[in-house]
Design a protein around this ligand. Structure first.
Ligand SMILES: *Cc1c(COP(=O)(O)O)cnc(C)c1O
Length: 578
């Protein structure tokens, strides 16, 4: 009895609100008469129906209607849907396969109210065999009862949606449990540890879906509209979107989105403009440069004459006067700016002036900072450089891959070098995921994310410095900081291992002018992109910085590492990984 009152009260409240909706409605042959009755009720209540059929009593398979209705709700073409089959069960099962759909089979008005208030259900499923007299109250209850918004209900819905994180490999789990165990291991690690690896991030589900989609099935050698294979219309759509969005996001005249990784993007530029033996001026690896910037173990170091540049010993920052002096003396053909472990902003005006003075071309490898550039918290290199290369998976938060941006005059040379020069068929699924990433990076939330990465990093580095740790160059302008742990009597290797025990994941890293081998190192590198994606802010950075300082201050204390590990588990439980 109480319950009936509740229904009426809620109905009256929402009636006053008078929200008009688009309602998709569909049924099989077993639901035809209830559908027609429901349709007239819904329309008489002032809503619009989108009738998906069926409209005849002939036997027809129900899943198609549930699929269409679910797609319309997900695409926001309809606010809600109503589905009917004889028992309502097949429709429910089908609709609930879609992420974001919460389809509820309701046989009473009480259930309709409950599923709206508790589950925020967006699809009402009815039984074709129900008594028509009960229909108005159930419909009214479902369409007009608002979601309660209660914390415990929100939490449970979030858990329900979150099941998708393991559900998305459920076929894999059946076919290949060993590989799936590795996937589940990564999910558990992402959930329960603090990822401070500066080159990593966690992508959205939309990016994961695109990167795992059927576009992997397509051969598409060539470029949109100019392919060597038939059947390329869908992949052309995806790749054109990626190209246009990349150009818009970074203001570039040309974009090649096909490189499989950052290294192959760099290779494409080198091969397009250099001959073996030509001189390149690059930041040396032990100073923060990348392997592809002339390391002797990399093709770049083997093929070209590498002139390395370093940071200043005093400031541990780039010294542009010294860079100018080296450039004027060596006259390189290409100057490479960009790094994997440099915590300060790069001054592209200075790099351009140096390149112009010595007659070199300029390539900026913005792999690490591309997300900061897209988010407007680091200067954009595109106006200053002939070529800008990047990975798409670091701060930019896209799929694992690479990209070359260049001026129009080099477009053809770059395109020819990527294909057929270096690669065969492009990974169109990954290219589609790049397009999704670029769209995400254009949203206002991405700017807020980029700003927060920098604030978080400054807070983390500041906390470590307050606790007596030595930060290379005295601080950070971007998403990463280098900690010189040798100054505290430790090695990077031991520091990273101790933090790993406590569930804080970072990497050992050489510091400028490091005395130790690259396997041992004097430093660790910490970055804040992944923790920021997860929603952590300054308060969490202070806590994490405190833990790092505690552990490094008492490196052999395994008990402390275990205690912190438990605290890390508790903290991470409050911040969901996408
Ligand atoms: C990460 C990185 C790359 C290469 O990326 P991969 O995709 O691993 O090949 C290139 N340049 C810089 C500066 C990087 O940090």
């Amino acid at each position: 009895m109480n319950f009936e009152c509740l229904v009426l009260e809620q109905v009256l409240v929402s009636l006053a609100a008078g929200v008009k909706m688009n309602i998709a409605i569909g049924c099989d042959h077993g639901g035809l008469s209830i559908k027609n009755a429901a349709k007239s009720y819904i329309e008489s209540a002032g809503h619009t129906t989108l009738d998906l059929g069926t409209n005849t009593p002939d036997s027809i398979d129900y899943p198609q209607f549930a699929i269409q209705a679910a797609q319309m709700v997900i695409a926001k073409e309809a606010e809600m849907a109503v589905l009917i089959c004889t028992t309502g069960i097949g429709m429910s099962i089908t609709a609930n396969r879609f992420c974001g759909i919460r389809a509820a089979l309701c046989t009473t008005a009480e259930n309709a109210v409950m599923t709206r208030t508790h589950n925020d259900a967006n699809v009402l499923v009815l039984q074709g065999k129900m008594a028509e007299a009960e229909l108005p109250l159930i419909l009214k209850a479902f369409l007009e009862t608002p979601f309660s918004g209660g914390e415990r209900h929100k939490r449970r819905i979030a858990q329900m949606e979150r099941a998708e994180r393991v559900a998305e490999t459920s076929c894999l789990a059946a076919v290949d449990p060993e590989v799936n165990a590795a996937v589940l291991g990564q999910i558990a690690q992402e959930d329960s540890t603090i990822n401070l690896i500066a080159s990593e991030n966690t992508v959205t589900r939309a990016v994961r879906e695109a990167s795992g989609c059927v576009l992997t099935n397509k051969y598409a050698e060539g470029y949109p509209g100019r392919r060597w294979y038939s059947g390329c219309v869908p992949v052309d759509t995806a790749e054109s979107l990626a190209i246009e969005r990349a150009r818009e996001l970074f203001g570039a005249e040309h974009a090649n989105v096909q490189p499989h990784c950052g290294s192959s993007a760099n290779m494409a530029v080198y091969f397009a403009v250099l001959n073996p033996g030509d001189k390149m001026l690059c930041m040396s690896l032990d100073q923060g440069g990348h392997l592809t910037h002339g390391s002797p173990v990399n093709f770049s170091g083997k093929l070209y004459e590498i002139i390395p540049y370093c940071v200043s010993k005093e400031t541990e920052r780039l010294d542009y006067d010294e860079l100018m002096a080296i450039a004027m003396q060596e006259r390189p053909k290409l100057i490479v700016a960009g790094a994997s472990a440099y915590s300060r902003s790069l001054d592209f005006v200075q790099f351009r002036a140096i390149a112009d003075a010595c007659g070199a071309m300029l390539m900026v490898d913005m792999a690490h900072i591309a997300g900061l550039v897209a988010g407007g918290v680091h200067a954009n290199p595109v106006p200053y450089a002939e070529f800008v290369t990047t990975t798409t998976h670091k701060t930019l938060r896209g799929p694992r891959g690479g990209m070359v941006l260049c001026r129009a005059e080099y477009a053809q040379a770059i395109d020819k070098m990527v294909f057929p020069g270096l690669q065969g068929g492009p990974l169109e699924n990954i290219i589609a995921a790049k397009a999704v990433c670029f769209k995400e990076a254009m949203q206002p939330e991405f700017k807020a994310y980029a700003r927060q990465i920098v604030v978080n990093c400054a807070t983390l580095a500041g906390t470590l410095a307050e606790r007596g740790l030595t930060i290379v160059s005295g601080g950070t302008d971007n998403h990463l900081a280098l900690v010189n742990v040798a100054a505290s009597g430790l090695t990077g290797k031991a520091a990273a291992a101790a933090l790993d025990n406590a569930g804080i994941i970072c990497n050992k890293n050489t510091v400028p002018f490091d005395q130790k081998s690259p396997f041992v190192t004097s430093g660790i590198r910490v970055g804040t992109a992944a923790v920021t994606t997860r929603g952590m802010g300054e308060a969490e950075m202070k806590i994490i910085g405190g833990w790092i300082a505690d552990i490094l201050g008492d490196i052999d204390n395994l008990e402390l590492q275990n205690t912190v590990r438990r605290e890390v588990t508790a903290l991470t439980a409050q911040f969901q990984v996408p």
